[in-house]
Ligand binder design. Sequence first.
Ligand code: CTP
Length: 408
Amino acid sequence: MASEFELRNRRIVLGLSGGIACYKSAELVRELVRAGARVQVVMTEAAMQFITPVTMQALSGQPVVTSQWDAREPNNMAHINLSREADAILVAPASADFIAQLALGRADELLALLCLARPIERCPLLLAPAMNREMWAHPATQRNVAQVKADGATVLGPAAGDQACGEIGDGRMLEPLELCDELVAFFQPKRLAGRRVLITAGPTFEAIDPVRGITNHSSGKMGFALARAAAEAGAQVTLVAGPVHLPTPRQVRRIDVGSAREMLDAVLPRAPQHDIFVATAAVADWRPASAGEQKLKKDGSGRVPNLELVENPDILATVARLPAGDRPWCVGFAAESHDLVRHAREKLQRKGVPLIVGNIGPATFGRDENQLVLVDAAGEVELAPASKITLARELVRVIAERFEPRGA
Ligand code: CTP
């Protein structure tokens, strides 16, 4: 979910064309405003059959514009004024007919007119299609979508699923929260475009028997935030996640694992296909030497089972020791309870990685905020306390700056 102020002061023209998904646009405008955007709603005649301008005005806090003949504009040129003032135009829902108008460069109504009149280099156009699956799949629609993409529009979705008509398939508009996230991502600098990033996140779970195990308090939030930030920055992201209850960030490929050995098995064969590896996971250091196949039972004597532990493989150190041609550029995390910088520096050496990101474990596990210190051969840099997504974006900036491609 886009947090407060992620779209602070962004001026968004939110266009609605006709479709039942207009009911979702009411929530979308709320989300955009909550994220700090200034939203000007523009509606077509058809959109007004589905939702009223009154609703959209109340939620956006701005009178809705519906016609190019609107005499309120002093120069009577709503199409010019609106597109000159906007940081982006988002049309949600974008109907099949509206996309067809755009593909032809038609300007039958204000919304299509202002899309046509926008300064194409400065004012991006994003479209969230919403229509019946047959309409979406129709060759004419697919041709039009390809054309508007070629003309510079960004198409968000559509999603697959239940449709208002009772059919199931492609053509649903993305949900308001997803669209808001897409818009936030759209505005992030594409610092990792073309890079492939592999991330581990969360705790691991080392089974003692079928009902118990050893794990830790890691929530996975920092690793998931980093996956989101890397994807926003244009990277192809693979996220290997231990047992956590977090939604997968958009555009991220997720692989769920349980134990440290499963995490290693997921990471090791994939590492050579990635440019950057970031190990945020709080991997359990030890596992029971043998997991019982049946639940361990008390025998009534008060004796406790003798749990023999063995050390888990070190995933980060294993990847950092791959031959140069297979080795991604590695970043480790250090979760400490004390002497953060000393321990982080020691891990930099021991794991043989160019960058360690230190944080205080008990102060970060489960929280939405964090405080990081970056430790490398040159010294230390502290990142001020902030939300995990803010820190993750900052970290992506640092990684993009310092990253050295294989063989460099
Ligand atoms: N790590 C790993 N595999 C392990 C242990 C740690 O990949 N078996 C990675 C973590 O993902 C992190 C870094 O190594 O990027 C440091 O992890 P941390 O738990 O802080 O340190 P440990 O290596 O476990 O050392 P210690 O227990 O002494 O703090």
